[in-house]
Design a protein around this ligand. Sequence first.
Ligand code: NDP
Length: 506
Amino acid sequence: MCSRDPASNQLIDYKTNDSEVQKECTTSGGVSIGVKDAIQTVGPRGPALLQDFVFLDEMMHFDTERIPERVAYAKGAGAFGYFECTHDITKFCAASLFERVRKRTAIAMRFSVACGESGSADTVREQRGFSVKFYTDDGIWDIVGCNMPVYYVRDPSLFPSLVHAQKRNPQTHLRDRDMFWDFMTLRPETLHALVMYFSDRGTPDGYRHMHGYGAHTYRMVNPSGETYYVKFHFKTDQGIKNLDCRRCDELRSHDPDYAIRDMYNSIKKCNYPSWSMFIQVMLNEEAKKCKFNPFDVTKVWPQKDFPLLPVGKLVLDRNPTNYFTEIEQLAFSPAHMVPGIEPSPDKMLQGRLFSYGDSQRYRLGTNYMQIPVNCPYRVQVRNFQRDGAMTVNDNQSGAPNYFPNSFCGPKESSRALALQTCCPVAGDVYRYMSGDTEDNYSQVTDFWTYTLDNCGRKRLIRNMSEHLCEASQFLQERAVKLFTAVHSDFGRLLTEALNTARISKL
Ligand code: NDP
């Protein structure tokens, strides 16, 4: 950590640039305070008085200043900037942010570490969150993605267990290798995400040097109402850079906030990070014939069959002016979509459509969309929702709060109606268990065989065996069996590495 980097100089910058003449401090009611460092007491050594509002006002606010931490992706960094459309994709999508090349749309982005608490180290082996909020002319569009193109499970009913298994043991309050490997090895659909987690990309060098992926399949609607399935990719323009294990450990003790610092300093030095945005497109007919389930978030769409099509660029050029206001309160939900973008039947996406808004309401309150950073400021919100804790806007004044009405209340949009698609769905209602009914192995085999080179495979084995060797023996054996099914070399090399780790621990 450099002691006098821009982040370290923040207060000096504030003094130099932001504050003109030093102003008087006040209570929360704006009343000037004469003495800030002494409580009112009866005599110099006497008891304190309940009438001392200067003290009570500050103390009561302090007592309530923490809000619930996000259950997952608690620790993060964020910044602001713009999306610029660089390629015409109007034949696929009618969303206003893509309507013309060179059009710019304001964005906010948040990057995070999946399972550590808000005080944990930035450099640990974890999946990273990669979320983008587009403040479009049609309202808010959120992509709530991560730095891997796949997710661990495809059925949202497993989501709470997946997170629990990676967080703290309910009795010991420790991260627990048995919990981790037990869950993962009982659900072989986790293998694809696991090999990425233990590959070099499991420890990215800060947030600027990693790719982002929407991961889920979405549906785009073009101006004629035709639909396409798509996946979103965001490729870092800074180039992929990962940390090796030794550097991760060093940073964990010397600068646990390495990734936050790196992002802040880079923007402060006007070295603005950017990502190139691409889509993969699948036609409806292709989706029907696809040899894998295109709505399974544990799968990628092979790039040779579904090439990356360039769309635009994300650029971050402004740091938050206040972390809590603008980043801690920044609230994403994959349900925030705009006309021209719709959900696909991806089960995991369907589960997240509900759960993210629900969590934000718990974390920030029912009116979390009124917080300036979450507001769709390019449009005016007009609906029939009213009241609730912390209503801080005009609550839509005297407009009718019911629909339909005869008093000039907001009407339905012909544009949104024109872009609403009609898609046939049929089938028997049932709980379809998908653990073994989908192919859990072929793409993992491809990753091992073609995506990684020899050195990448060696590092994957080392990273995985160092983690797995701390799990119970029966879990190690179960894991070896699964990775042998991915590729016999994988199973063999993992067994050898586990034996070496066992001997070195004797
Ligand atoms: P391609 O060769 O066309 O794509 C491979 C992709 O893998 C590239 O996007 C590359 O990113 C990325 N990659 C390289 N090393 C790693 C790593 N250690 N961890 C994660 N991603 C990495 O092949 P396919 O599209 O046929 O996919 C083959 C396998 O590659 C898949 O099964 C999947 O495991 C993995 N993959 C595929 C992606 C896709 O969208 N199709 C995306 C990411 C991974 P880069 O652009 O930096 O070279």
